[in-house]
Design a protein around this ligand. Structure first.
Ligand code: NAD
Ligand code: UGA
Length: 450
């Protein structure tokens, strides 16, 4: 009989992942539980105003919610009822004590382990879905199996989906990774989880490893991706100084099959909840094992990223006659990338703060992230939030495009120009607008890496 599944943590990972697992495994009951009652209420809302914006997610939830997918705050009941327990709670960077600013804060993770142990009434398979430092499964097993009546087998099944394309990434993954103990009970547990994914993922794409390899692979994969963004952004600065064009350089570099074309887009630097925290986690792990040169190497990826946002503000400063005080700047886009309302670690947040330090009058517009923006910037006064791009631009000295929302190139830029103070500047940090056309209208245009 197919085993029931619960995921503890109903966030960006738990919600979409379990919705797709439920859709593709109609014979299994799938539950998603969370301590955050407001979030669960949103997942259960009648009008489907879900707590996160993700293209295609509403359709999947409509299809399976109430049939074989259930959202609830009843963690105890769900743990008792389910044999396979995914854990998708948050693992942010620790901001206190040992490892502050680098290590993962595992308090939510440990709390979950203790809850599982308290409520369990039979053997369980625990599946790490969150991104965790290598060897966390050992700590989890130590907590769970200490004087335990039941056997807990801990597996690692890190998630590789990207926000904005979560449903597509889940339905058509490049690979699914399942790590587990190589002893007999571990191999059986791995098979149980393989069976869940085999409902729709081709067998050769389901890769199994030992637990430590799976945990480390997730950090390594994110570090490699973040490194590509920092590498191209490091070239962008040089392009600006020499007259080269970073998009041309990226196109040709990426045409080499050994390098490949993806993840070579220069811009304001990477944001999102994971790249920074996961690279910092890798730095901390390297340091912990005395690998100081490796730690410095990965730290360079973060430093380059921070530098990119500082450079954007410095260039703006220089272009606007070395004074920004009291000028009006409209940020177009606040989400860390298009197709999400997520603003965690968004480059736009850093740029907004640097502009606020210069006493800029800031207006922010974003189709999905305005309420998160308001929350993130609540400590800096006098920021104006506008749904409408034309109102946001009205009277502005400059527009800084921070997120490559698909509709931005199709706005009426002549109308925007007419309503701005002159000289009107557009700093397109995503290189997604038609710079030629903007220049014809009369804008002064800045790009990253050009
Ligand atoms: P999130 O903050 O959106 O969601 C985590 C949820 O866990 C929250 O709703 C929180 O209330 C809940 N939670 C915390 N402690 C709990 C407890 N003791 N019991 C029940 N619920 C609890 O975070 P997220 O973005 O979904 O990320 C979760 C993990 O997945 C992280 O480790 C992250 O690195 C990893 N991950 C995220 C993404 C992504 O795209 N966001 C992709 C891959 C991996
Ligand atoms: C990233 C990874 O792509 C996922 O595989 C991983 O599962 C996830 O982190 C995670 O562990 O959370 P995500 O952060 O959602 O996904 O989004 P990405 O598409 O990777 O973009 C990250 C940041 O890099 C964005 O700010 C984006 O604008 C930026 N980026 C990306 C660039 O500046 N240039 C690029 O070429 C690509």
């Amino acid at each position: 009989m197919n085993k029931n599944i619960v995921c503890i943590g109903a966030g960006y990972i738990g919600g979409p992942t379990m919705a797709v697992i439920a859709k593709m495994n109609p014979d299994r009951k799938v539950m998603v539980v969370d301590i955050n009652a407001e979030r669960i209420a949103a997942w259960n809302s009648e009008d489907y105003s879900l707590p996160i914006y993700e293209p295609g997610l509403v359709d999947v939830v409509k299809e399976v919610r109430g049939k074989n997918l259930f959202f609830s705050t009843d963690i105890e009941g769900a743990v008792k009822e389910c044999d396979i327990i995914f854990v998708g709670v948050n693992t942010p960077t620790k901001m206190f004590g040992k490892g502050a600013g680098r290590a993962s804060d595992l308090q939510y993770w440990e709390a979950t382990a203790r809850e599982i142990k308290r409520f369990a009434e039979n053997d369980k398979i625990i599946v790490e879905k969150s991104t965790l430092p290598v060897r966390t499964a050992a700590a989890m097993e130590a907590i769970l199996n200490d004087h335990a009546e039941y056997r807990f087998t801990v597996l690692s099944n890190p998630e590789f989906l990207a926000e904005g394309t979560a449903i597509k990434d889940l339905l058509e993954p490049d690979r699914v990774l399942i790590g587990g103990p190589q002893a007999e009970c571990g191999l059986c547990a791995i098979q149980e989880v393989v069976d869940i994914y085999a409902a729709w993922v081709a067998k050769e794409k389901i890769l199994t490893t030992n637990v430590w390899s799976a945990e480390l692979t997730k950090l390594a994969a994110n570090a490699f991706l973040a490194q590509r963004v920092s590498s191209i952004n490091a070239i962008a600065g040089l392009c600006e100084a020499t007259g080269a064009d970073v998009d041309e350089v990226a196109r040709v570099v990426g045409a080499d099959k050994r390098i490949g074309p993806k993840f070579l887009k220069a811009g304001p630097g990477f944001g999102g909840s994971c790249f920074k925290k996961d690279v910092l986690n890798l730095v901390y792990l390297c340091e912990s094992f005395g690998l100081h040169t490796a730690a410095e190497y990965w730290m360079g990826v973060i430093k380059m990223n921070d530098h990119q946002q500082e450079r954007i503000v410095s260039r703006l400063f220089k272009e606007m006659f070395n004074t920004l005080a009291n000028k009006k700047v409209a940020l177009f886009g606040f989400a860390f990338k298009a197709d999400t309302g997520d603003t965690r670690e968004t480059p736009a947040g850093t740029v907004a703060r640097l502009l606020a330090d210069e006493h800029v009058r800031i207006t922010i517009t974003d189709p999905k992230a305005l309420s998160n923006a308001k929350h993130d910037l609540s400590d800096i006064g006098d920021v104006v939030y506008e749904e409408d791009e034309y109102r946001a631009a009205n009277g502005a000295d400059a527009i800084v495009l921070m997120t490559d929302w698909r509709h931005y190139p199709t706005l009426d830029w002549q109308k925007i120009y007419d309503s701005m103070r002159k000289p009107a500047l557009v700093f397109d940090t995503r290189n997604c607008l038609d710079a030629e056309q903007l220049r014809k209208i009369g804008f002064k245009v800045l790009n990253v890496g050009k």
